[in-house]
Each structure stands twice: as structure tokens, then as C-alpha cells.
Design a protein around this ligand. Structure first.
Ligand SMILES: [Zn+2]
Ligand SMILES: [Zn+2]
Length: 303
């Protein structure tokens, strides 16, 4: 079972191991791009990959996370359904599973009961390697499911979302077939369909999986902690753009219902920008934007 959180600095060997675990898979993924260029990656693939990545990432961050899990804003019915569908297309589980797991994460963050804490096995280098694996990917492979009656009763009671939840299987097929179909139609070739399936389907889903999981693993290990929290959540700037603002994770744990996670100038938070656009369009309302008073309250006092 998880150990209690111990203060102090992480030893250097553990720190190096963490960095290796973070960087190597990403380097491999990035290296695959120039290697593949010239035989299997076209500008059509790049464009489709970006479009599908942005749409499904926002479905996860704005939809599954800030809206469904935390109620950072209210959404009109079409937006609510669209966010549920786009989040499902990220292939991170049906909406109620995702929301129930994530609410449980906040309820027990880095303590016993947290579904994905990297501190689960202790603070030694070996324990952190195991913990990193568990928080990043291992927990996904755990067969036990979070209790939805306890953690997502609002979504269980919602007829629209019950349908979206049930459509997760077909939507997974859509998220793989749609890029292939578009790639095939745009290039009018079978090879165009196949390479779009690979890049805008498989690689895009894998990349977003790892970015999302990195918020669970990396952002509870490395980074700045300017805000008052009871857990190990941290702001990790290198992931801000790819995660569309979710890696400002220390602020998020200090103020979970806040619609903006990157609260300071220069802290890029694309998801917050998109929520603002929804608000201006009248699709979202009662948005919980940060106030200076609230930020002052949760900012850690200088030691
Ligand atoms: Zn967290
Ligand atoms: Zn959250």
C-alpha cells in the first residue's frame, strides 16, 4: 500500500532515472518523424494529425477534465454533448470512468486511494521507478474500476451522457477510421489512407495518451510548487503546450474548479483560451475564472 509522503529532496540517482523515463520515449517518438519523412509522412498526414490531436486533446482537457470532472464552467446542451464525444475520441476510456478516476485522484491525491500516485511505493530510487511506471501507465492496466455511484452520480443521472458513455466502442472505431477515410479521399489513394491511419490515428492517440499520463506521473514528481497543496502536484512548463495547459498541475490541485490552470503571464494555457471563446460565443457560461484574491489565498507564503 502507498507510503505516506516524506519531505526533503529526491536523491540524484532517482532524479536521473525519472528524467530518463520521461525523455527516452519522447525522443524515440520525435526521432521516428524524420526517419519516416520521405516514405510515409506527407503534409496531409501532418495536417490531419494536428487537427485530430488538437480536437481530441481539447475534448479531454476542456471536456472530460475541466467541464465534466470539475465543473469549471456550465455548457449548453450541444457543447456538453460535443465535449463528451470529442473526449471519447481520445481513447482514454468512457466519460464516466475517466471522470470517476480523476475525482478519486483529487480526493486522495498522493495518498492511499489515489488511483495513480507515483509516490505509491515510497521514496527510494527503485520505489520511484515503480511508482512512475504505475502512475504513468501501470494504473491504466489495473482491472478494478472506480465506483461511479460515489464519484460520478451527476453523470449517471444525465441521459445524454449515458448515451455518449455507451457509444465509447463505436467512437473508438470512428477515431481510427476517420483519419484514414479523410487521408484516402484527400490524396485519392490507398497509401494516403494507410499513412493517415498510422500518423493521425495511431501515433496521434499514442502521443496524447503519453501527454495525458505524463500529467499523472511527471507532474506529481518534477516542477515548481508555488501554490499550497497537500500533495506532490507540480507545474511542469515543458509540457504546457502539448498538454494544452494541463501541466500547470500545481495550480490545478490548489484550485481544482478554476477554468484557467496557467494563471500567470507567459503560462500558456490553450484550454483556457478555448473556454473563453466558448464563453464569448455564448456556449459556455458561469465560468470560474481566477481572481487576484483567490490566487493570493492559495499562493504559498515565502519561506
Ligand atoms: Zn494530479
Ligand atoms: Zn483535475
Amino acid at each position: 500500500m502507498p507510503k505516506s509522503i516524506v519531505g526533503g529532496r529526491r536523491p540524484i540517482p532517482a532524479h536521473v532515472t525519472v528524467y530518463l523515463f520521461v525523455l527516452v520515449p519522447f525522443v524515440a517518438l520525435v526521432a521516428a518523424v524524420p526517419v519516416a519523412w520521405g516514405w510515409g509522412l506527407s503534409w496531409v498526414d501532418v495536417a490531419l494529425t494536428v487537427v485530430f490531436y488538437v480536437a481530441t486533446c481539447l475534448g479531454t482537457t476542456v471536456g472530460y477534465h475541466r467541464y465534466f470532472t470539475h465543473g469549471a464552467f456550465k455548457a449548453k446542451r450541444p457543447l456538453r454533448i460535443a465535449l463528451g464525444v470529442l473526449g471519447s475520441l481520445a481513447v482514454q476510456g468512457p466519460v464516466r470512468h475517466w471522470v470517476a478516476d480523476h475525482r478519486r485522484h483529487h480526493a486522495f491525491s498522493d495518498r492511499e486511494g489515489d488511483p495513480h500516485s507515483p509516490w505509491r511505493y515510497g521514496t527510494s530510487p527503485l520505489a520511484l521507478v515503480r511508482g512512475f511506471w504505475h502512475a504513468h501507465l501501470g494504473w491504466v492496466l489495473d482491472r478494478s474500476l472506480t465506483n461511479q455511484e460515489r464519484f460520478a452520480p451527476d453523470l449517471l443521472a444525465d441521459a445524454d451522457i449515458r448515451i455518449v458513455h455507451r457509444l465509447f466502442g463505436p467512437l473508438t472505431v470512428v477515431t481510427l477510421v476517420a483519419p484514414a477515410l479523410l487521408g484516402g479521399l484527400i490524396t485519392w489513394s490507398w497509401t494516403g489512407a494507410l499513412s493517415a491511419f498510422f500518423w493521425a490515428g495511431l501515433v496521434r492517440i499514442t502521443l496524447l495518451h503519453h501527454v495525458t499520463w505524463s500529467v499523472n506521473s511527471v507532474c506529481h514528481l518534477i516542477g515548481e510548487r508555488p501554490f499550497t497543496v497537500r500533495d506532490k502536484s507540480a507545474n511542469f512548463w515543458p509540457l504546457a503546450l502539448l498538454s494544452m495547459g494541463e501541466s500547470w498541475h500545481n495550480l490545478h490541485h490548489a484550485d481544482p474548479t478554476n477554468a484557467r490552470h496557467g494563471v500567470y503571464p507567459g503560462q500558456i494555457d490553450v484550454s483556457a483560451r478555448v473556454i473563453r471563446i466558448f464563453e464569448l460565443l455564448g456556449w459556455a457560461y458561469d465560468v470560474r475564472w481566477p481572481t487576484p484574491e483567490r490566487l493570493a489565498k492559495i499562493t504559498r507564503a515565502p519561506v
